[in-house]
Design a protein around this ligand. Structure first.
Ligand SMILES: NC(=O)c1ccc[n+]([C@@H]2O[C@H](COP(=O)([O-])OP(=O)(O)OC[C@H]3O[C@@H](n4cnc5c(N)ncnc54)[C@H](O)[C@@H]3O)[C@@H](O)[C@H]2O)c1
Length: 366
């Protein structure tokens, strides 16, 4: 991993601290860093001295006292490097003004979660391996909801350098984070007796190690904001699965990675509660209309037909009906169901370390 520059280190500590200090209750402004020292110069400019580089948190404290609480953008100039620009605009919505990272957001649940959060007033970062698709979707969201409301960044959640670089890019663009949705996940279904080790490792790396890495690199950002503003709490939410609550035949790599995700959720929650971070998991049932199930080449309907996971099924439709019949509510899980669970977890102020089923009654907690 490349070492962060002095400027990266300043951005990483100064911006989240200033966000926290300037926040009103649970609403924090966004603090963008621009290399253009002259951009948006205004009456509220403050200049950082060289000593600030050695004590970014102290500098943030001094600056917060100088900035007015006006609606206009405030600038903090870093001579020779650029400027921080604070933006206090709060769009309407249940998560208005929050900054959200959604991993695996190019398609499927992740994209739908990103769309739903933008529609509810958030500024959303779509992070994915599939950069081209994430970018196209972020551009569409920004054109529908306003410039800057959605951006895409490349991220491989299994690669620590990639996750660290992505979080640094978010800090330069928004100055911090309010909601982290660890959604990127893959599934390779097979019998334990025949599954290639490479497939088992891939599932474990994305679903389990990926959640660890995303939490490792975002939790310090959330903690800084809480330290500066104890009234503010952040959220880390893993998109887990009903297979994290109940074993899944011929799908052990996936279920194991998701059971592990619940263990991480509970442990992260215990560790990070003192940093003002709630950590919870959402456990959706099957999103039967999404690409994971319906992709005609590699979707689960096709995989399960091939694997003979549903006795007697001879077509993809047979497999689908068998899965719908398992749900008391008679249908697959929709992205809107998952979004509602996320909005609840963010809004509530007295729950952490939980795994919230969204399964139409298919899996019930005991
Ligand atoms: N689809 C379902 O029925 C279902 C049910 C329960 C839980 N889930 C969970 O929801 C999450 C999303 O699933 P989905 O159905 O939308 O999947 P999907 O395959 O449609 O989308 C997954 C996205 O993650 C991205 N991705 C894969 N590996 C990555 C990596 N290493 N780094 C960054 N991005 C990566 C892909 O490019 C893709 O855009 C997963 O965690 C999955 O386990 C899905």
């Amino acid at each position: 991993m490349t070492e962060p520059t002095r400027l990266d280190a300043l951005v990483a500590e100064f911006a989240p601290t200033l966000r926290g200090l300037l926040g009103e209750g649970r609403r924090l402004p966004r603090i963008a860093f621009t290399a253009d020292e002259t951009a948006a110069a205004g009456p509220h400019d403050v200049t950082l001295d060289a000593a600030s580089l050695d004590d970014p948190a102290g500098a943030a404290l001094r600056v917060a006292g100088l900035l007015t609480a006006s609606e206009s953008a405030d600038r903090i100039v870093v001579p020779g490097a650029g400027a921080f620009v604070a933006d206090r605009f709060v769009p309407e919505g249940r998560v208005g003004g929050r900054v959200a990272l959604v991993t695996g957001a190019a398609q499927g649940f992740g994209l739908a979660i990103a769309e739903g959060l933008v529609a509810q007033g958030a500024f959303v970062v779509l992070a994915d391996l599939n950069t081209a698709l994430a970018e196209a979707n972020a551009e569409r969201l920004a054109s529908d909801h306003g410039e800057g409301r959605a951006i895409a960044i490349p991220m491989d959640v299994t690669d620590e350098a990639s996750v660290a670089a992505g979080v640094s890019a978010i800090l330069h663009r928004f100055g911090g984070l309010d909601i982290v949705v660890s959604n990127a996940g893959v599934l390779r279904a097979a019998s334990v007796t025949t599954q290639p080790l490479a497939d088992f490792d891939l599932v474990t790396r994305v679903n389990y190690r990926g959640y660890f890495l995303v939490t490792k690199h975002t939790a310090p950002v959330l903690a800084r904001q809480h330290r500066a503003n104890p009234a503010w709490w952040g959220d880390i939410i893993e998109i887990n699965s009903k297979s994290g609550l109940q074993g899944s035949s011929r799908n052990s790599a996936y279920a194991g990675s998701k059971f592990g995700g619940i263990g991480l959720t509970q442990s992260f929650a215990l560790e990070l509660v003192g940093d003002g971070i709630k950590v919870n998991a959402v456990c959706p049932g099957n999103f039967l209309d999404g690409p994971l199930w319906s992709d005609p080449q590699n979707g689960l309907f096709v995989q399960y037909l091939r694997e003979r996971k549903v006795p007697g099924a001879t077509t993809v439709e047979d497999v689908r009906h068998a899965y719908e019949a398992k749900v008391p509510m008679g249908r697959g899980c929709d992205p809107a169901d998952v979004l509602e669970a996320i909005l609840y977890l963010v809004a509530q102020q007295y729950e952490t370390g939980q795994a919230l089923p969204v399964t139409g009654g298919q899996v019930m907690l005991s």
